[in-house]
Design a protein around this ligand. Structure first.
Ligand code: CTP
Length: 444
């Protein structure tokens, strides 16, 4: 089988001009230093799939760190080197990052079946990777620019839309690849191949997940949760028993799925309206995934996923706040309750919690009002300030907080919309407080 074919024209057509120029320069530098340079991994995969990808990974059949240094000198940039791994990141002046690695020969044992004569360092480097579609390389040295190197049938797999591992120990070596397989499968609308699926099931039956650190699982979950369709991934995880392998309490029940679906809709709606601040996807999804888990059990999940002490505390607090807000919202009547009360319920809750409440509420009027809160109410500020209170002769003290909060409520509820109305309200409130004997406050 021919292992190389020229895709230069496709590379030229599909890459932005700037990226193309960078590749050419990187190739010329390789020639000057006497080393073969390849673009590899997701970058090459996405050229073939016609998807944008600006994460450039290069492999050098030579000294990656020396190469990275020269590149930074040539193009203006800085490098971060990992001497131990013989890798470096070049950060160019415009922010573009280029990951550079030394082609690795020693990473895994040579499989006995592989004819030694054929081994080149790029081949071994590619062989230690996760899936065929990620094990492509693109030559970029002048004269060979645009030669696609495909040792493992990646192009065929792309045509057949399959995710396939390169060898049977792939998941044993790195069980997080199971989550990656699902992520790529759902992202590209591919299928995990038959043998690869058997290897996944085998890895699960060997309980490899239990040996995987929470930090790595959480990292992979986070990557899933920023995919375009995280729920498709979660569904697939459920189907293969992976959620339960992570922790038996993490089961995707119908109810959790329902809320997660709403949550994605609500979050998309929110992102369309506001770019910032964004809700953190993992917090949103973890709220949905842990719905119904009792407070005394939630620690099992947070410690399995190795949340930091602070993340754990915040997450548990968030769940408590949501629980409390749900109770309060039950008695919230649109016709009789004030919007200021809704604000008081929602204001202390971080964005993830507010979006979760919106997704979770079955009552239409509550959803509508939470949306109104996010749209408008949370930004309302009163038109009087502490300085105004001072001018009115009220001595600074705790009364300020009370008065200003009451004025804001009145504005939210439409009872004191103009500054004049609000100033009058201040005076009225102050008189009442004095009558009630607010000893700590003095009027004039
Ligand atoms: N890789 C691997 N095993 C892993 C993680 C990564 O073999 N557990 C390899 C893959 O070949 C991958 C490359 O390292 O292409 C770079 O990893 P990463 O940047 O995470 O992957 P991408 O394929 O670029 O994925 P994405 O499009 O999600 O960025």
């Amino acid at each position: 089988r021919r292992r190389e074919r020229n895709i230069g024209p496709m590379v030229g057509n599909r890459l932005p001009k700037k990226m193309l120029a960078l590749l050419k320069t990187a190739g010329e530098l390789g020639r000057d230093m006497g080393w073969e340079i390849y673009a590899v991994g997701g970058f090459v995969r996405d050229i073939l799939l016609g998807r944008p990808n600006s994460d450039l990974d290069l492999v050098v059949e030579g000294d990656a760190i020396a190469y990275a240094r020269r590149m930074a000198d040539l193009l203006g940039g800085r490098i971060k080197a990992h001497v131990k791994f013989k890798t470096a990141v070049v950060i160019l002046a415009d922010g573009q990052r280029v990951d550079v690695a030394t082609a690795r020969l020693e990473y895994y044992e040579y499989p006995a079946a592989m004819p030694t004569v054929e081994l080149s360092s790029i081949k071994m480097d590619l062989y230690r990777r996760d899936f065929t579609i990620n094990a492509l390389a693109l030559r970029i040295n002048p004269g060979r620019f645009g030669q696609l190197v495909d040792f493992f049938g990646a192009e065929q797999d792309m045509k057949n839309k399959v995710i396939r591992v390169l060898h049977s120990l792939s998941f044993v070596e790195d069980p997080t690849r199971i989550l990656r397989a699902i992520r790529f499968e759902r992202r590209f609308d591919f299928q995990i191949g038959g043998q690869t699926l058997r290897l996944i099931k085998n890895a699960l039956s060997l309980d490899l997940f239990s040996k995987l650190s929470g930090t790595r699982i959480l990292h992979e979950l986070q990557l899933i949760m920023v995919e375009e369709n995280p729920l498709a991934c979660l569904n697939r995880m459920q189907e293969l028993g992976i959620l339960e392998a992570i922790h038996p309490l993490l089961k995707l029940s119908g109810e959790r799925m329902q809320v997660l679906m709403e949550l994605v809709k609500v979050n998309n709606w929110y992102k369309l309206l506001y770019q910032k601040p964004e809700a953190e996807p993992w917090k949103l999804h973890l709220l949905g995934l842990t719905m119904g888990i009792k407070r005394d059990q939630i620690g099992q999940i947070t410690s399995r996923l190795r949340l930091t002490a602070r993340e754990e505390r915040d997450f548990i607090l968030l769940r408590d706040q949501i629980g409390e807000a749900l109770m309060k919202l039950m008695s919230w009547r649109e016709d009789r309750s004030r919007l200021s009360r809704l604000c008081a319920i929602l204001r202390p809750i971080p964005l993830e919690g507010v979006l979760f409440l919106m997704a979770r509420s079955k009552k239409e009027h509550i959803r509508r009002n939470i949306s109104q809160y996010l749209n408008r109410l949370r930004d309302i500020t009163s038109d009087v300030t502490g300085d105004d209170l001072k001018t009115l002769g009220i001595r600074p003290g705790p009364a300020y907080t009370t008065i200003l909060a009451r004025v804001l409520d009145a504005k939210i509820d439409g009872r004191a919309t103009s500054r004049e109305d609000q100033l009058r309200l201040v005076e009225r409130l102050w008189r009442t407080m004095q009558r009630r004997g607010g000893a700590q406050c003095e009027g004039t």
